[in-house]
Design a protein around this ligand. Structure first.
Ligand code: 531
Length: 356
């Protein structure tokens, strides 16, 4: 089994190690356009030695944003500032990735540091959309508009158009966000999907949105570049989406040309009881990898080099993604290599060499 600092090749993209920066919302865009903050945030972590740097949940349409500050790729004007970022990430030896997303009923919220609740239209918000007119609950109390069949097709077309723009911006790794209670997850879970048409009810119907979206995106995303998905592998709630369903979905998506499943969990309902602890989601990555025969990424409460290395060495996942740990230490990979005694040590940027 490879170790944390062994390269990973998917299609014709090779990561220099198995360490990725998880997509993290920055809530710092205006009209969905990336700026200096995003360049520094993502660029610093590429310079810090990550193999993969994934840009935050990037909305495929304005109403698909979580907050008015979220990133977007619904317009050609959003491409150029991202091109600057992908160029810098690549120059540091990392692979630039992006997560495409639609927030569904969790959209139209204020930024977390402003409370995170739903915004009214006169506060800069909009009417969120969803598979069914069921509010998330708590501070996300707006009842969403139930998508019509034509509107579902439109959202899927938005994913395709955004994927084309991501390619134009220089991204080499595309992740579809189907986790954390956002639109694709809302279709998957019976707790949020109460439709009686071909997009709701049976497993086959609930997965129809993401299977169709994956197929349509794969058709425009180049053959030589990896296409991946983030799943909430379980709702941690009776009557919700399950790990067994995730395994089955992973098998089906592999047949559609999907290359990797990024295994997260939760976020679909307000009151789930989640056993959060070190590496608590790793068993999902391990099971999907083993039973669906697809590459996986482990994410969630992964902080120490030994822990990350163990996940890869024991074949639980092919890649480890970290979020908060990368906020604490942008140079985590360089520090981890030293701690693990990796030989030869990965080279820091020449400008920083004297510090490592
Ligand atoms: C945290 C989160 C993790 C797991 C379940 C629910 C929420 N994140 C998720 C982010 C937005 C900010 C909070 C996204 O997935 C876009």
């Amino acid at each position: 089994m490879p170790h944390l600092f062994a390269p990973l090749t998917l299609r014709s993209v090779t990561l220099r190690n198995r360490i990725g920066v998880s997509p993290m919302c920055m809530y710092s865009s205006t009209d969905g356009v990336a700026n200096d903050w995003h360049l520094v945030h993502l660029g610093a972590r590429a310079a810090g030695g990550a193999g993969l740097v994934i840009a935050e949940a990037t909305a495929v349409s304005p109403e698909g944003r979580i907050t008015p500050g979220c990133a977007g790729l619904w317009s050609d004007a959003q491409v150029e500032p991202l091109t600057r970022i992908t160029r810098f990430i690549r120059a540091q030896g990392a692979v630039p990735g992006i997560q495409l997303a639609h927030a569904g009923r969790k959209g139209s919220a204020s930024r977390p540091w402003d409370g995170g609740g739903h915004l009214a239209e006169d506060e800069g918000g909009w009417t969120p959309v969803a598979p069914s007119p069921v509010a998330f609950g708590g501070a996300l109390s707006s009842v969403p508009h139930e998508l019509t069949l034509a509107e579902i097709g439109r959202v899927q077309a938005d994913f395709v158009a955004a994927a084309r723009r991501a390619l134009a911006a220089g991204y080499e790794w595309l992740e579809l966000h189907a986790a954390h209670g956002y639109l694709a997850h809302q279709f998957l879970s019976p707790l949020s999907n109460q439709r009686t048409d071909e997009f709701g009810g049976s497993f086959e119907n609930r997965i129809r949105f993401i299977v169709g979206t994956t197929r349509a995106v794969r058709a425009v995303w180049p053959e030589n570049l990896p296409l991946t998905i983030r799943l909430s592998c379980t709702d941690w709630t009776d009557g919700g989406w399950t790990i067994d369903e995730s395994v089955e979905l992973a098998r089906l998506l592999k047949a559609e040309g999907l290359d990797l499943v990024d295994c997260s969990s939760g976020g679909g309902v307000e009151k789930a009881v989640i056993p959060v602890g070190a590496g608590y989601q790793v068993p999902f990555a391990s099971r999907i990898r083993r039973e669906a025969g697809i590459e996986t990424a482990a994410v969630g409460m992964i902080t120490s080099p030994a822990q990350a290395d163990e996940i890869v060495r024991n074949g639980h996942a092919d890649l480890v993604l970290m979020a908060r740990e990368f906020l604490r230490d942008p140079n985590w990979p360089l520090h981890a290599a030293k701690e693990l005694g990796v030989k030869p040590l990965p080279a820091p940027p020449l400008q920083y060499a004297r510090a490592f």
